[in-house]
Design a protein around this ligand. Structure first.
Ligand code: ME8
Length: 523
C-alpha cells in the first residue's frame, strides 16, 4: 500500500461565467468540492482546492454592452458576487482564479504559442453547423439528430464559415479512445462515460481555438486580430492556477494532475475530450477523473431565466437564516444530483431532510447522550467498563466498518455514501439508547457501571460519526468538538476514528446542535 496520507490531492470546480450572478448550481458544485477537500485534509492529504471565474468571451462582452459598462467592470462586479458565495457557504478554496488575471493570460499565451509552434494549432478555413448560444460546432450527424436546432436553447443552428486557428483534435482520436479504454473511471458517472465514448467514436473534427468576431479575450500570440476562444482559455485555468506553463519554477506543480475536475453534465465534452487532447498535446499528465454531475431542478421544474425560477443566492441565504448553513451543505451533499439523474430542490423535502436527519437523528443523539452524561455521570465522560447491559452490538467492529466505508466512499467522490455510513453509526446509537434504556436502568441502585458503559458507547460512537460528518457540517461538528472537549482534528482521520480515543473523565457539556424548525409553506 502506498502512503496515501501525504499525497497531494487536487480538486477543481468549473470556473463560472461572470455574465450572470451566482445561483444554486454554482453553490452546489463548489460546496460538494469543498466537502471533499475538507475530508481529504482531515485524512492528512496535501489538498489544493480551486475555483474561480471565466471572464472572457462573447457572452460577457454582450451582457456588459447591454448594461452599458465595460466587460472588465461587469467581470469585477460578478466575480465579487461569486467570491461572496465562498464566505456564505464556508468554502475552503485555496485559490480563486480569474481568467482576466495576468498570471492566467500569460500562461494561456505560452501554452497556445507552444501548440502553434509544434503544429497542433494551424490556420484554416472551416464551414459547419454552429450553435451561437453555446459557441460550439456540431458534426453533420449530430446537427441532423438535433433537427438543426441547438440541443440547449432550441434556436436554429447556423451554417458558418470561418478563417480561424484550429486545434488538431482529429489527430488525437486514437489516443483518446485508447485512453478511455485504459481508464474506465476517467469519466464518471458511468452513464456519462458511455455517452462520451459513443460520441467520440463518431469521429472528431478539428476545433477552432480563435475568434475574430469580438475582442474580449486573450489575443492569439503572433496574430492579434484573433482572440483565443473562451473555452480554450477557460479550460487552461486548471493548469495556470498551478503555474504549469513553467512547472519548474512553481511551488504548486506537485498538485498536478487533478484528482477530480467536478463539473455539470452540460460541459462534459470540453472536459472529457478537448481538455485531455490539449493535455496530450502539451505533454502533461491526465486528470484522474472528470466527474459530471446532473442538474438541480426547482419544485419539479427545470430552472431557467425565462421561467424566473432560479434558486438564487438570496433564497439560499433565506434557507441559511432559518436552518443554518450546515443544513444547506448537508442537503446539497446528500440529496444532490451526483448521479446520472437530476434532483429536485423543494422546500418540503429540504425541511424533511433537515428534521429527519439532523434534528431527530444527529442532534437528538448528541443531546440525549450529553444530557444523560450530565445527569448520571456529573457531566464527565464515563469509563468503558465492558459492563454493557445488552444491545448486542460489537461497537469497535461496527464503527470500524462504517469508518472504512465512509472514508473509501469519500475518496471516490460518493458523498452521499460517505455521509450515509456516518449516519448509520448515529442511527445505531439511537436504537441502542432505546433498547438499553439507560434512563430507566439508572433508577435502579447499583447500575452505575452499566449505565456509564452504555453512555460511553453512545458518546464514543457519536464522536466518531461527528469526525466523519465534519467535512460536510464544519460549524456544528466544531460546536460538538468544543462542548465535548475533543480538541482539534488531528489530520489523521482513521486513527481519530479508532474506537476508544474518547478519554473517560472528559467534560461533556450538553449540546443542542440543530433546533427544530416549523415548516412554512409560503416562504
Ligand atoms: O459553463 N444544477 O460556466 P457557468 C447543478 N464558464 N449545477 C449547475 C446547474 C444546475 N441547475 N446550473 C449550473 C460555464 N450548474 C463555463 C465553465 S470550466 C473550464 C468553464 C453548475 O457559469 C455546474 O457545475 O455556466 C455547471 O457545469 C456550471 O454551474 C456552469 O457554470
Amino acid at each position: 500500500m502506498p502512503d496515501t496520507k501525504a499525497m497531494p490531492a487536487y480538486i477543481t470546480t468549473p470556473i463560472y461565467y461572470v455574465n450572470d450572478k451566482p445561483h444554486i448550481g454554482h453553490a452546489y458544485t463548489t460546496t460538494i468540492c469543498d466537502v471533499w477537500a475538507r475530508a481529504m485534509r482531515f485524512g492528512g492529504h496535501d489538498v489544493f482546492f480551486l475555483t474561480g471565474t471565466d471572464e472572457h468571451g462573447v457572452k460577457v462582452e454582450k451582457s456588459a454592452r447591454e448594461r452599458g459598462i465595460e466587460p472588465q467592470a461587469l467581470a469585477d462586479e460578478n466575480a465579487a458576487e461569486f467570491q461572496k458565495v465562498m464566505g456564505l457557504f464556508n468554502l475552503s478554496n485555496d485559490d480563486f482564479i480569474r481568467t482576466t488575471e495576468p498570471r492566467h493570460e500569460e500562461q494561456v499565451r505560452a501554452f497556445v504559442k507552444r501548440l502553434h509552434e509544434q503544429g497542433d494549432i494551424y490556420l484554416g478555413e472551416f464551414e459547419g453547423w454552429y450553435d451561437e448560444g453555446q459557441e460550439e460546432y456540431h458534426t453533420e450527424t449530430k446537427a441532423k439528430e438535433y433537427e438543426y436546432k441547438s440541443p440547449i436553447s432550441g434556436k436554429p443552428l447556423v451554417r458558418a464559415t470561418e478563417t480561424n486557428y484550429y486545434f488538431r483534435l482529429s489527430a488525437y482520436q486514437e489516443r483518446l479512445e485508447r485512453f478511455f479504454e485504459e481508464n474506465p473511471d476517467f469519466v464518471r458517472p458511468e452513464a456519462r462515460r458511455n455517452e462520451i465514448l459513443g460520441r467520440l467514436r463518431e469521429g472528431l473534427l478539428d476545433v477552432p481555438v480563435t475568434r475574430t468576431n469580438f475582442s474580449w479575450g486573450i489575443p492569439f500570440p503572433g496574430d492579434e486580430d484573433h482572440v483565443i476562444y473562451v473555452w480554450i482559455d477557460a479550460l487552461m485555468n486548471y493548469a495556470t492556477a498551478l503555474g504549469m506553463a513553467d512547472p519548474e519554477s512553481s511551488d504548486r506543480a506537485r498538485y498536478w494532475p487533478a484528482s477530480f475536475h467536478v463539473i455539470g453534465k452540460e460541459i462534459l465534452w470540453f472536459h472529457a475530450v478537448i481538455w485531455p487532447a490539449l493535455l496530450m498535446a502539451l505533454d502533461l499528465p491526465q486528470p484522474r477523473c472528470v466527474y459530471a454531475h446532473s442538474f438541480w431542478i426547482s419544485e419539479g421544474q427545470k430552472m431557467s431565466k425565462s421561467m424566473g425560477n432560479f434558486i438564487d443566492l438570496e433564497q439560499l441565504q433565506g434557507y441559511m437564516e432559518t436552518y443554518g448553513r450546515d443544513a444547506l451543505r448537508y442537503f446539497l451533499a446528500t440529496q444532490g444530483p451526483l448521479g446520472a439523474t437530476d434532483s429536485d430542490f423543494s422546500r418540503s423535502q429540504f425541511h424533511e431532510t433537515y428534521t429527519t436527519d439532523l434534528v431527530n437523528t444527529v442532534g437528538n443523539c448528541a443531546s440525549r447522550t450529553s444530557a444523560m452524561i450530565g445527569k448520571y455521570c456529573d457531566g464527565k465522560c464515563p469509563a468503558d467498563t465492558g459492563d454493557c447491559a445488552g444491545g448486542g452490538i460489537e461497537w469497535p467492529e461496527f464503527t470500524a466498518e462504517q469508518v472504512d466505508a465512509s472514508i473509501r466512499a469519500m475518496e471516490r467522490f460518493d458523498l452521499a455514501g460517505s455521509i450515509g455510513a456516518a449516519m448509520a453509526i448515529v442511527r445505531k446509537v439511537d436504537g441502542f439508547i432505546n433498547e438499553t434504556a439507560p434512563f430507566k436502568l439508572a433508577k435502579q441502585p447499583g447500575t452505575e457501571s452499566q449505565v456509564g458503559d452504555i453512555l460511553y458507547r453512545c458518546a464514543e460512537a457519536v464522536r466518531i460519526a461527528a469526525c466523519l460528518l465534519e467535512a460536510v457540517m464544519p460549524d456544528r461538528m466544531n460546536d460538538l468538538r468544543e462542548a465535548w472537549n475533543l480538541g482539534e482534528p488531528s489530520g489523521d482521520l482513521r486513527s481519530e476514528c479508532a474506537w476508544g480515543a474518547l478519554q473517560s473523565g472528559t467534560t461533556i457539556e450538553k449540546v443542542a446542535l440543530f433546533p427544530r424548525v416549523e415548516f412554512k409553506e409560503s416562504e
